[in-house]
Design a protein around this ligand. Structure first.
Ligand code: MN
Length: 481
């Protein structure tokens, strides 16, 4: 487990102008609150809080987020109250912890992909603040890393949920490194045999081609040593899950998957990326048609790098990616890489404005979706909200406009349910039919056979669907014009 002092040190390294005192306070608070609790692994519960905070520091999140990481399970699992958190840590940190607690209360049951998509949207909507999602992702990462201590059926359920919900969410936030980690961890539980087989093959290839990779790396190092271009050289492996998907997609055995290994060159400026590319192409023969420039033309998910495949010194093919440090951070950490502190004191509004700009920018960048507009609407977390996500008792999600009522919900479920609706139970409480639903509500519609639509319903339904169904029914009977 990371030490308190080490965590603080790492945080201060990227936030020199921020007083880390609340971080120490949050650490001590979590240690005390979880004092007598243990994880399924037998470890002290604090190891979990510390691991979550450690990921958040690795992603360079701001002070409130890292504090919330330490405190994220206090409301759920200890007698700590909301008021206590608020008075000790202030509104912002308390809200983040509450946000995570709220997400934990949502149980994902459905196995259906379309439902998973709605769920992801709802998570984003319910979170209110994107930092809540980032804490939740750090929480899930550590839970996945310690999943081996749980029962088999729980492992399967949590791994499937991670694959369906959290890995795509990480992808959507541009956190590609995290996405890969979550997928590989899930893969090892959802397909244990395939995972083990592929892992053995990769390890074997790593040993076998490790030498080739090392010789290519050495050759490139030699070429670079004659220049003044600053450069780090990294060897890279594709994730197991992405190789597995590729094998499935292309119906190929592992032996025919070429780009499982490669080299990354990381430098300081865009100009130097092209300079490095020139050098590489001068000294090694590029494979025709392999060069792609994602710097001048970034991928829709904002990925930027130069890609080229060369013939290495041993005659083997080596894929090379060239990028700046900033592009590297962006592609590994995504949304989190853009979550930066302003140095020095700024007015709160300037700070907020910057965050909103950043959010808008991200929304523009997230165009690789089927319906970016719809996603944009659901990602307006920090802005304003105009959709609610409401559940059927069976766990299905209905997406409705803000202010939607149980009647809108009833018509979204089925026209007949709408027609015969006589009442609604929301979160186990009877409500009026003009009650405004909220995200996360579980709504059960009470119907009565033979009951029919009422004219006054038109006065409060919000969806076009419900309105037109009601109007149609009334018009057919001459009740309205
Ligand atoms: Mn947790």
């Amino acid at each position: 487990m990371i030490e308190k002092s080490e965590l603080v040190e790492k945080f201060v390294a990227y936030s020199p102008h921020v007083d880390p005192a609340p971080l120490e306070l949050a650490w001590d608070f979590a240690a005390k609150a979880h004092e007598n609790q243990a994880r399924a692994s037998g470890d002290h519960y604090l190891t979990h809080c510390a691991a979550v905070a450690q990921s958040l520091v690795e992603w360079r999140m701001d002070l409130p987020t890292v504090c919330a990481g330490l405190l994220h399970d206090t409301i759920e699992d200890t007698p700590t109250t909301e008021a206590e958190l608020r008075s000790t840590f202030g509104e912002e940190i308390a809200m983040l912890v509450l946000g995570v607690t709220k997400l934990d209360a949502l149980k994902f049951e459905s196995r259906d992909d379309a439902q998973a998509e709605n769920w992801r949207k709802m998570l984003l909507a319910t979170a209110q603040d994107i930092r809540v999602i980032v804490v939740k992702l750090a929480d899930r990462l550590h839970n996945m890393k310690t999943l081996n201590f749980l029962r088999r059926d729980k492992q399967e359920r949590i791994a499937a949920e991670t694959m369906a919900l959290y890995a795509p969410l990480a992808h959507r936030l541009g956190m590609f490194k995290l996405k890969g980690e979550l997928e590989d961890l899930s893969f090892s539980y959802t397909h244990p045999e395939e995972y083990a087989e592929l892992k053995a093959k990769i390890d074997a290839r790593l040993t076998e081609s490790g030498k080739q990779l090392a010789s290519a790396k050495a050759a490139i190092e030699k070429v670079l040593s004659g220049t003044t271009i600053p450069c780090r050289i990294l060897a890279r492996t594709k994730t197991l899950w992405s190789i597995y998907k590729k094998m499935e997609r292309q119906q190929k055995p592992f032996e025919e998957i070429q780009d499982a290994l490669g080299i990354r060159l990381i430098t300081d400026t865009v100009a130097n990326c092209y300079a490095l590319l020139g050098l590489v192409h001068t000294h090694f023969k590029p494979v025709a048609g392999s060069f792609t420039d994602y710097i001048s033309t970034p991928k829709l998910n904002l990925y930027r790098s130069l890609h080229t495949t060369i013939v290495g010194p041993a005659g083997d093919l080596v894929e090379i990616q060239i990028r700046t440090e900033e592009m590297h951070r962006s592609s590994e950490y995504g949304i989190a890489a853009h979550w930066r502190y302003k140095t020095g004191e700024q007015s709160k509004d300037v700070h907020l404005e910057e965050k909103l700009n950043w959010l808008r920018q991200w929304i523009e960048w997230l165009q690789d979706l089927n319906s970016p507009r719809e996603f944009l609407d659901s990602l307006k977390t920090d802005l304003e909200f105009n959709q609610v996500f409401v559940f059927t008792p069976a766990g299905e999600v209905k997406v409705l406009p803000a202010g939607a009522t149980p009647l809108d919900f009833a018509f979204a479920v089925h026209t007949e349910v709408g027609h015969t609706c006589v009442g609604a139970v929301v979160n186990n409480k009877m409500v009026r039919l003009d009650h405004a639903l909220k995200s996360g509500d579980i709504c059960r519609i009470v119907t009565k056979k033979g009951s029919t639509p009422k004219k006054d319903w038109l006065g409060f339904v919000r969806t076009a669907r419900a309105r037109s169904k009601i109007r149609h029914w009334l018009r057919e009977r001459g009740i309205v014009a």
